[in-house]
Design a protein around this ligand. Sequence first.
Ligand code: IPE
Ligand code: IPE
Ligand code: MG
Length: 233
Amino acid sequence: MKQIKLPTHLALIMDGNGRWAKRRFRPRAYGHRMGVQNMFRICTHAFRLGVRIVTVYALSTENLFRPKEELNELFDLIRSYFTKKKDKLLEMGVKVNVIGDITVFPPDIRESVLNVMDETKALTEGLFNICLDYGSRQEIVRAVNIAVSQGRFVDEASFSALLSTGSLPDPDLIIRTGGELRLSNFLLYQAAYSELYFSNKMWPEFSKRDLEKAIENYSARDRRFGNVREGTT
Ligand code: IPE
Ligand code: IPE
Ligand code: MG
């Protein structure tokens, strides 16, 4: 890859697993399984390229309204990657942090999530945030309620700190696969100045080269943050 400006914080909306499977006449669960495999492939590649923070949208709060059968399959996948397949997570060599309301998960999943977070907490090479049962509006409302309950006013910095991304820098680049042009309740506050990149590829078929292309595209963008650049008219 040619010399480019990397995002410090890359966020991924991994959409399209179900449609990808359907096109292959396979059940949606197969799409989710291949989607998780691709998550490891793509995120490992991102860290290898030098990205420091990767945040993936793996399950939204609204996704919990899907049919029970699909949810059971999603829960089984989560369980498996935090227990018997947890080496896949540990192999990445980065700190794993789960963002979202994990209290909705059965106790064994909650425990194994906390266990992986604890096992990787000292790793400083990179940070891998996995959003599970995450909803940005819910996160904002929760932050407001914390501030109110403490009887304090907030400013932008202290409000950001109350969000589940805490002191992390905002995402520089958000990539959404699956062809939809929306954020679907993902990092709404944090995305104020994120660069957005949409791919028509379904998540399981989004390749390392596709990631590089998205980063190259990001690298060529002019981020003005509302200001003007020297030399522009
Ligand atoms: C994204 O894929 C993964 C989750 C939301 C869990 P989808 O399951 O939304 O796949 P499509 O969008 O229906 O193809
Ligand atoms: C967004 O995809 C959530 C994740 C990728 C986890 P959805 O499939 O839930 O989004 P909508 O329903 O198309 O907006
Ligand atoms: Mg979808």
